[in-house]
Ligand binder design. Structure first.
Ligand code: DGT
Ligand code: MG
Ligand code: MG
Ligand code: MG
Ligand code: MG
Length: 259
């Protein structure tokens, strides 16, 4: 097609291609979810259904975008890791972020009814997004560890705070009891005052959610008594420790170059 005299306007577009051969993390975070959680009656401090809905959205992202090899979610946020060697959308930040954010948001609305049957969505939720490059496996793992430590610290604080408030403390009293205290004090408080053993709380609250692909052998049919197996790649959600080496040793393909 011949160039029109208007074509020159394309020269105003700026390149936002991200650095090659680096891990790209795209993090989405619910906009104003303090209010969204209130309006929709989320349980405090953790609403398990809301977290499962976030995990369903993350699963949709991993299923739709093969170059995303891992996701980690806590509270109203999810981090997605794009493979180091990916050339998806020429690694353009605006393309990558906007596609992940819109797919995530659309899935959140589409699947809402499955997790909150009978609760009508009062207004459309939105998510912000950003992309950051991490140049080495170690730094990528430090990033993910940072998010999981954050999950733990916030959950411990929030569990103490809401146990105190539910037992009759005012918000200010509850804050005063736990302000500036160490982890051991909080665990002790939960144990002695509320009979809660912190480590017995659901792992989804303490560890957040990991989403990744795993190859499983499925028996598809049995022929003459012989099981016929097929390898199938499944997106799985787990709530384990990602800070320790063991998780990455047990799942070498996540950061490996094999896929
Ligand atoms: P932002 O991200 O700057 O637009 O503002 P927010 O309000 O989304 O704040 P953020 O992202 O720093 O913190 C997440 C908020 O969402 C926090 O106030 C607690 C709320 N939230 C997240 N998950 C749950 C939940 O499971 N239950 C309840 N009750 N609240 C939750
Ligand atoms: Mg924020
Ligand atoms: Mg938020
Ligand atoms: Mg947040
Ligand atoms: Mg188009």
């Amino acid at each position: 097609m011949a160039n029109s005299k208007y074509e020159y306007v394309k020269s105003f577009e700026q390149s936002d291609a991200l650095l090659p051969h680096t891990w790209i993390v795209i993090r989405v975070d619910g906009r104003g979810f303090t209010r969204f959680a209130q309006v929709h009656g989320f349980q405090k401090p953790n609403d398990e259904q809301a977290l499962h809905l976030m995990n369903e959205c993350a699963t949709a992202v991993l299923e739709d975008i093969p170059d995303i090899c891992f996701g980690y979610g806590v509270s109203d946020e999810y981090s997605f890791v794009l493979r180091k060697n990916s050339t998806l959308f020429q690694r353009r930040a605006s393309k990558l972020v906007s596609i992940v954010v819109s797919l995530f948001s659309a899935t959140y609305v589409m699947k809402w009814g499955r997790y909150f049957p009978g609760t009508e969505m009062q207004y459309a939720p939105s998510f912000d997004g950003r992309a950051v490059c991490y140049p080495s496996d170690t730094i990528l793992r430090d990033y993910l560890s940072w998010r999981q430590v954050d999950c733990h610290v916030n959950n411990q604080y929030n569990t103490c705070y809401w146990s105190l408030v539910h037992s009759g403390c005012s918000p200010a009293e509850a804050q005063n009891v736990i302000k500036g205290t160490l982890a051991d004090f909080k665990n002790e408080l939960l144990h002695t005052r509320f009979g809660i053993n912190y480590n017995d709380l659901p792992a989804i609250f303490r560890k957040g959610s990991l989403v990744f692909k795993r190859k499983d052998e499925n028996i598809v049919k049995v022929e003459n008594g012989v099981p016929i197996k097929r390898q199938k790649t499944m997106v799985v959600v787990s709530h384990e420790d990602l800070i320790k080496d063991s998780f990455w040793k047990e799942n070498p393909s996540i950061l490996g170059s094999a896929n």
